[in-house]
Design a protein around this ligand. Structure first.
Ligand code: IVH
Length: 690
């Protein structure tokens, strides 16, 4: 090829792609920040998607430039799905002392004044976010680790889930100076709107509801599958910077700096110069907080100067330089009319209080949860009592007390927990260590039967869209079905009107039921409604054991050896298949033709025969799931924990120190992914020569 002076040959393809990948990442980080934190956008959604797709394609073509902090990783990475690793906090995570009234706030203010010997001070006023505290470690401007509070000294490494939070910078904004190494603390939350959507979906599929956004955020952060976190849409507000070289002696100024670095710092943060300014802040947010997109449960007051903070010091549990002021939970008083008992899909019986309608935190409330028998007993409740109802962080109002002074002389009936199921009459049972009562009649109690069929047809299960709770109710009422397997026996003639009317809709239903036989096996397993076996657990078990028959015969130990499956889930699976009637249902589903296995994975070689391999870290060429599959298809065995029997560790980047230590102490060697890939392909070629 001739050299053309005016058209120099392009850079090697490799280098050009790298430059483009980096430019796209920087650009997308900037647009993310603009959009999610600043609430503005320079480009249309469409252009954003185009840039994102271009980056995804380039990254797929160039796995060598893999970066866990790339904007593409926000959609939830597959990596790091093993149980969470426990990590020591670099600095302990303390909590705050709580106060509930102005007098306490004033007392705090006076203590600070005295502690500082009369030197002037400012107080930084912040909202107290009601989520889970998180510690984020940034090194060289990149997020390297996210750890839950845990016990304050050590917490769980939840980096994979935290990476899905779109308002968090995986990489700091360019062009602003920041310490090389710092810790950022804040609160992970599930915004109200997403919380409500999540509960609506769970209700529709018969899953238990989250009581409040905090519980939902906690469940999400601890989820083994980062896709769950990505899908649910967690958010984070940051309120504390820790570094050896802090930008300023003012906490408030440091928060403003953090905002420049790309963090979401609440706009409600204010510097107060007097007690009155603190009261103003409290009074304002006491009501204004109701229109915030996330849950808050109070105000946090912090002495602003870091040197003054140091001067004041800490007590055993909490700093002397900060305090939390908790909002009064919203409360109303109304008359209790009656208590009814509801039976759910699992047989759990929930007591519900029916009350005279009352206005509470902006909505009219006429029903409240009474939780369980112990709570009813401790309230000493009578029908006709005046009760206090609260709706603090809880979305479901609850009765928190009785106005005993207002109890009429002639009381109504005493409220007692029922002894028999209100639906089928079976005597209720209470399992050891559980607060709830259950109806044990799983095979004939109507709401349980219906609930299980509703779960079976729900979207994440068999997804039979043309059926809904009303149709299921109707099928039961007409004696057409008794369980999910009966659905597959229905005929158009059973569903259409006697005069042949409604034939079209009947045909549609029958077709949808038949179509569900194609639904993949993991969802069939989920659809069975085995207690504690959610979507993710069903997927894990199905992928590991591959067929219904293997799962049916699996021992407790075999089930527990599966990633993400603990003793509770494993036991529940064993119990389910040991139950004769459940086994009968499963047999009839099998006979109806639902999927009972995942496709066979064709063997690729025997180079790993007899080898037990643990996968750890993050990889450039394949996902963790793909490596698992490669191991099995080359005759090896993949396990999750390191033992003497481990042949070697397939080691990616960022293996946790605890793992490394264990490998070393047991003398288990590490193998990097290139060597591993070479090993299996070399042996394949050798096999091909035979
Ligand atoms: S500062 C040493 N600021 O409340 C001070 N905490 O009991 C560390 N929280 O565990 C905490 N909003 O989870 C601080 N603006 C805020 C907060 C906040 C919520 C949570 C945090 C902490 C708990 C304190």
């Amino acid at each position: 090829m001739q050299y053309d002076l005016f058209n120099p040959p392009p850079l090697p393809e490799e280098q050009e792609s790298k430059a483009r990948i980096e430019a796209l990442r920087a650009e997308l980080h900037r647009h993310n920040h603009n959009y999610y934190v600043l609430g503005v956008s320079e480009i249309s959604d469409q252009t954003f998607d185009q840039l994102m797709h271009e980056l995804q394609d380039l990254e797929a073509a160039h796995p060598e430039f893999y970066d866990p902090n790339s904007p593409t990783q926000r959609v939830g990475s597959d990596l790091g799905n093993e149980g969470f690793q426990t990590v020591m906090h670099q600095r302990p995570m303390l909590s705050l002392a709580n106060t509930y009234n102005r007098a306490d706030v004033q007392a705090f203010y006076e203590r600070v004044r005295q502690g500082l010997g009369g030197t002037p001070f400012n107080i930084c006023c912040e909202l107290k976010f009601d989520g889970l505290s998180i510690s984020l470690i940034y090194e060289n401007r990149r997020l390297v680790r996210a750890v839950t509070r845990g016990d304050g000294t050590r917490g769980d490494d939840v980096t994979a889930n935290v990476r899905t939070i779109r308002t968090l910078p995986l990489q700091l904004r360019e062009g602003v100076a920041a310490p090389d190494h710092f810790e950022m603390r804040g609160e992970v939350l599930l915004p109200w709107e997403r919380f409500e959507t999540l509960n609506r979906v769970r209700q529709a599929s018969g899953q238990p509801l989250f009581a409040n956004p905090r519980n939902a955020a906690s469940g999400t952060l601890k989820s083994k599958d980062p896709h769950v976190a990505a899908e649910r849409g967690l958010d984070a507000y940051l309120y504390y910077v820790l570094a050896n070289d802090m930008p300023s002696d003012s906490h408030y100024a440091n928060l403003l700096a953090a905002r420049m670095w790309g963090f979401q710092v609440s706009n409600a943060t204010r510097l107060a110069h007097s007690l009155d300014e603190i009261y103003d802040f409290i009074d304002y947010w006491d009501t204004a907080r109701r229109s915030l997109p996330v849950a808050t449960d109070g105000i946090v007051l912090k002495v602003d100067s870091l040197s003054q903070q140091e001067q004041l010091g800490l007590t055993a549990k909490s700093p002397r330089w900060a305090i939390a002021y908790k909002f009064q939970a919203e409360r109303a008083r109304t008359k209790l009319l009656s208590v009814t008992f509801q039976v759910g899909r699992t047989g759990a019986v929930t007591p519900v209080a029916n009350m005279e309608p009352v206005l509470l935190a902006g909505t009219t409330v006429k029903r409240a949860s009474l939780h369980n028998a112990d709570i009813i007993q401790s309230l000493d409740l009578y029908e006709g009592d005046y009760v206090f109802v609260e709706k603090a962080g809880e979305i479901i109002p609850q009765i928190v007390g009785v106005d005993y002074d207002a109890r009429p002389l002639l009381t109504g009936r005493k409220v007692d927990f029922i002894k028999k199921c209100p639906e089928c009459g079976a005597p209720l049972v209470r399992y050891e260590g559980e607060a709830a009562h259950y109806c044990p009649n799983t095979t004939a109690c109507p709401p349980q039967l219906k609930g299980r069929v509703e779960h079976f047809i729900s979207r994440d299960a068999m997804n039979i869209e043309s059926l809904g709770p009303e149709t299921i109710d109707d099928f039961f009422a007409r004696g057409l079905i008794n369980d999910a397997a009966d659905l597959y026996k229905l005929r158009v003639e059973d569903l259409q009107g006697v005069d042949g009317s409604r034939r079209k809709s009947a045909e549609k239903i029958i077709a949808a039921i038949a179509e569900s036989k194609q639904v993949a096996f993991p969802r069939v397993l989920y659809a069975l409604g085995i207690r504690f076996v959610g979507r993710v657990a069903a997927q894990q078990v199905a992928e590991a054991l591959r067929s219904l028959n293997t799962i049916r015969q699996a021992s407790l130990e075999e089930l527990q050896a599966i990633d993400g499956i603990g003793q509770k889930i494993a036991q529940s699976i064993v119990d389910f298949f040991a139950d004769k009637r459940a086994a009968d249902l499963v047999n009839r589903l099998v006979a109806a033709g639902v999927q009972t296995s995942l496709p066979q994975q064709e063997a690729l070689g025997i180079s790993l025969a007899g080898k037990t391999i643990v996968i750890s870290g993050t990889f450039a060429h394949h996902s963790r799931e793909e490596y698992k599959e490669l191991i099995v298809r080359h005759g090896g065995k993949n396990t999750s924990s390191i033992s003497k029997k481990t042949s070697f560790i397939l080691a990616g980047n960022n293996i946790g120190p605890a793992k490394l230590e264990k490998a070393q102490s047991l003398g288990v060697p590490l193998m990097d992914e290139d060597t591993f890939l070479a090993l299996i392909s070399a042996n394949n070629n050798a096999n091909n020569n035979f």
